[in-house]
Design a protein. Structure first.
Length: 228
C-alpha cells in the first residue's frame, strides 16, 4: 500500500492530489498564473482533509520537476522538499512532459498511430516539448524547440500528432495546416497525472536526494528588466 501526495506547479496550473496505490483520493487545482505561492499550502491541507488522512500517513511526496515555469517549479519543489524534511518521507520527481502525456493518454480516445506532443510555453515561438507514443515510450527527447513550419515534418508524414499544453495554442497557426497535426484545446495540467509514474517509482525505491535535488529547468534563467 502506498499513499503519495502529488504536487504540480510547472505550468499555469497549481494542482495538488493524493493517491493511494495510484488511485486518486482527492485533488484540488486552479489554472491561474502567479497564484502558486499563495494557494499551494491551502490546497495541500484541503486534499489531506478530503482524503480523510493525516500527514504522517503519507508515504512519499511526488513533484512535477520540469521543464516549465522557473518560479512555479521553485515553489512546487521547495514545498515538496519542506514536506519531505518535516515528515521524513522520500521525494519522487516526475518529468512534467511525461506526466502530461500520461494524462492525455488515459483520458482521451486516440487512434493507434497517434503520437503525443505536450508543449509548455517558453516565450515567443519557443516551447519545452517531447514526443511520446501511446505505450508511453519516448519518441523524441525533451528539448527547448523553436517551432516553425518544418518542425516535426518527418514524424507528421507518417503519424498523427496530438499537440497540447499551454505552448500548443501559439503553434497551431504554424503547424495546423498539416492534416496529421491535431490540437487539444483547453488542456489543463494536473497533479493527478503524476499518479502512475509516482507509484512505479515508489515501488522501485526510485527516490531523489532531498538536500541536493534541483528542478529540471532545461534552460538558464534570464531575468527580465523592470519597466521604469
Amino acid at each position: 500500500m502506498s499513499l503519495i501526495l502529488q504536487i504540480e506547479t510547472a505550468t499555469t496550473s497549481c494542482s495538488v492530489a493524493i493517491a493511494r496505490d495510484g488511485v486518486v483520493l482527492a485533488y484540488k487545482e486552479a489554472n491561474e498564473r502567479n497564484i502558486h505561492a499563495e494557494v499551494i499550502t491551502r490546497f495541500i491541507e484541503d486534499v489531506i482533509t478530503q482524503a480523510s488522512v493525516v500527514y504522517n500517513q503519507v508515504d512519499a511526496i511526488a513533484v512535477s520537476c520540469g521543464p516549465g515555469s522557473y518560479t512555479g517549479l521553485r515553489i512546487g519543489i521547495s514545498t515538496a522538499k519542506g514536506l519531505c524534511f518535516g515528515l521524513d518521507k522520500p521525494l519522487i520527481a516526475i518529468e512534467t512532459l511525461e506526466a502530461m502525456a500520461f494524462g492525455v493518454k488515459n483520458t482521451k480516445q486516440l487512434n493507434a498511430n497517434t503520437l503525443l506532443c505536450p508543449m509548455i510555453d517558453a516565450r515567443r515561438m519557443e516551447v519545452f516539448t517531447a514526443i511520446f507514443n501511446l505505450q508511453g515510450d519516448r519518441v523524441q527527447a525533451t528539448s527547448a524547440a523553436i517551432i516553425d513550419e518544418n518542425s516535426f515534418i518527418e514524424l507528421l508524414a507518417d503519424n498523427k500528432i496530438l499537440f497540447f499544453g499551454d505552448g500548443a495554442e501559439k503553434c497551431q497557426a504554424v503547424l495546423g495546416g498539416n492534416p496529421n497535426a491535431e490540437f487539444l484545446p483547453c488542456f489543463i495540467n494536473s497533479a493527478t497525472y503524476l499518479s502512475q509514474k509516482a507509484l512505479e517509482k515508489f515501488k522501485g525505491n526510485d527516490f531523489e536526494d532531498v538536500a541536493y535535488f534541483e528542478p529540471y529547468y532545461l534552460k538558464e534563467f534570464i531575468a527580465g528588466k523592470k519597466a521604469l
